[in-house]
Design a protein around this ligand. Structure first.
Ligand code: FAD
Length: 511
């Protein structure tokens, strides 16, 4: 090994992770002299085929790739996502939105929610949703791009992501990656060759006998974790005691019901059901704990709760919550499911691929593979998983749902210390703490704590500087401005047509 630049990158796997990596690396490093990027995938093995909802950070990834948003939305049959609506999570019959963007208006240097909490103390029980443009527009089926240039408009507080067809997204990225010089090889990897002395991976051998040599290997082989887990033996950190769901059954159905720019998550007796409306169909799935529900019952429950006729056979999936102890070992970096998985409740898996790519770019190695960079990559990666885990656990543990063993278990989970501190702080004084620039913002933590019924013990003392009448007046004014702005926004369907992102109606029935 030497300090020479890497010349051969091999990506194993062509699911969402593989093609995201291929598209990004070829875009950023494509002009590097003598560099080759090869992606190996096996159509016979196939991909997970789910993974349709995202979070706003994906806009940065699309921008990095230079994607035109209207084209991207059209090609992936995407819809906009203004947040997630959680139904029956706190208690049956209750719903709240975890919106993207921010709430209300900060006043006198104090975050808005402290005024909302003060209003609550004064008897104004208007839900937090009423102060979020994303939540209100989402529920009304409306969409418009944010207007950061209009700081006084609620539209400046709107945040959005996308819901798209995962298969189309991978194909779309593949087209770009191949145009940017990536070589795709079809074939099944049957052997991973290693240097006898160092254990570094030197090549993968395909069923056909072809050997694909590389210096840096990116393992995007999905749950198999062919290189990192199977070959290099990096152990899996199992978090199923905190996140007990370990199965999913997914099925697309025809369009029906609302067509809101929101992902919906409905709590079920041993897990929850997702509903993701795309332009041409609805993606549905039931995530559940196999210790608390049989597969047949989980499937029946899903099929009984679709808004349209099924468009495929149910797809059953198994997983374990957690991550590989080290995502980067020797000359192998795992992205996507090969590196770990936290269930899709907050749509974070595609984001973890994106942030893994960004981190790899920042710490990109030479053929030396410096221990310092690898250690940093692994530390940051693990911290990101921990942050997301805590946020997910909050949804399960702060609930009044009862009457099923699953929810009784979740309500009584021993909390990770980091999460326990966040809840204790909110219960003490209504403060929301966000650590080390973690993925989920104060808005996210606030929305889920309030939505799941965690009670704030007070509010920031300075929010009390406004007297009662003034507090009520300002809260009402913010609500009114949000409502009137939403009333003037186009529906999402109108918006898609206006921006040339709608797919033709005759293609909408195609799954
Ligand atoms: P895969 O899609 O499994 O791809 C693996 C690739 O490796 C395939 O191309 C396969 O052919 C190849 N491969 C494997 N073995 C070999 C071999 N021996 N030789 C050659 N090639 C091989 N994420 C989100 O962001 N939002 C969501 O809403 C969301 N929902 C999800 C719901 C469920 C139930 C699950 C399980 C996941 C969800 N995800 C979601 C995660 C998302 O689907 C994945 O993170 C994403 O698709 C990346 O998958 P992947 O590319 O790592 O793996």
């Amino acid at each position: 090994m030497s300090g020479e630049p890497i010349r051969k990158i091999v990506i194993v796997g062509g699911g969402t992770a593989g093609w995201m990596a291929a598209a990004a690396l070829s875009k950023i490093m494509g002009d590097f002299p003598g560099l080759s990027i090869t992606l190996v995938e096996s159509e016979a093995i196939g991909t997970v085929g789910v993974g349709e909802a995202t979070i706003p950070q994906i806009q940065a990834f699309n921008a990095l790739l230079g994607l035109d948003e209207s084209e991207f939305v059209r090609e992936t049959h995407a819809t906009y996502k203004l947040g997630i609506e959680f139904v029956d999570w706190w208690r049956e019959g209750h719903a709240y939105v975890h919106p993207f963007g921010t709430y209300g208006l900060d006043m006198l240097g104090i975050e808005f929610h402290h005024y909302w909490l003060r209003g609550l103390g004064l008897g104004d029980e208007t839900p937090l949703d009423a102060y979020s443009i994303s939540a209100m527009a989402g529920k009304a089926g409306k969409f418009l791009w944010p207007r950061r240039d209009q700081p006084n408009s609620p539209l400046s507080k709107l945040g959005y992501a996308f819901q798209f067809d995962a298969g189309r997204y991978a194909r779309y990225l593949r087209g770009r990656a191949e145009r940017q010089g990536v070589t795709r090889i079809e074939g099944k990897v049957v052997e991973v060759m290693q240097d006898a002395e160092t254990g570094f991976v030197t090549a993968v051998r395909l069923e056909s006998g072809t050997e694909v040599e590389g210096e840096l290997f990116i393992d995007c082989s999905g749950f198999r974790s062919l290189l990192l887990g199977q070959t290099l033996g990096v152990a899996f950190t199992d978090w199923s005691k905190w996140l007990p769901c370990d199965r999913a059954v997914a099925i697309p159905c025809e369009l029906g019901g609302d067509h809101e720019p929101l992902t919906r998550s409905t709590a079920r007796p041993a897990g929850w059901q997702w509903r993701i409306p795309l332009q041409h169909r609805i993606g549905n799935g039931h995530v559940y704990s196999s210790a608390h529900m049989e597969q047949a019952e989980a499937e029946d429950l899903l099929l009984a709760n679709l808004d349209g006729a099924p468009l495929a056979q149910p797809n059953h999936l198994r997983f374990l919550a957690g991550h590989r102890e080290r995502a980067w070992e020797k000359n192998v970096v795992a992205l996507g499911l090969a590196g770990g998985f936290l269930e899709p409740l907050e749509s974070t898996a595609i984001h973890l691929v994106q942030s893994g790519i960004a981190r790899l770019m920042t710490l990109f190695p030479t053929r030396d593979f410096g221990a310092q960079e690898i250690a940093r990559y692994n530390r940051e990666n693990e911290q990101e998983y921990i942050d997301i885990r805590d946020f997910l656990v909050l949804h399960y543990t702060a609930t009044e749902r009862s009457g099923s063993e699953f929810w009784d278990y979740c309500r009584n989970l021993g909390l990770p210390d980091s999460l326990a501190e966040k809840i204790a702080m909110f219960e003490s004084s209504g403060r929301v703490i966000r650590e080390h620039n973690e993925l989920f913002t104060e808005t996210s933590w606030l929305s889920v704590m309030v939505g799941q019924g965690v009670k704030a013990g007070g509010h920031h003392p300075l929010a009390g500087l406004l007297d009662e009448a003034e507090t009520r007046k300002r809260l009402a004014h913010i609500r009114d401005v949000v409502t009137s702005t939403v009333s003037q926004m186009p529906t999402q369907d109108q918006f898609l047509v206006q921006n040339g992102s709608a797919i033709p109606v005759d293609r909408r029935a195609v799954a």
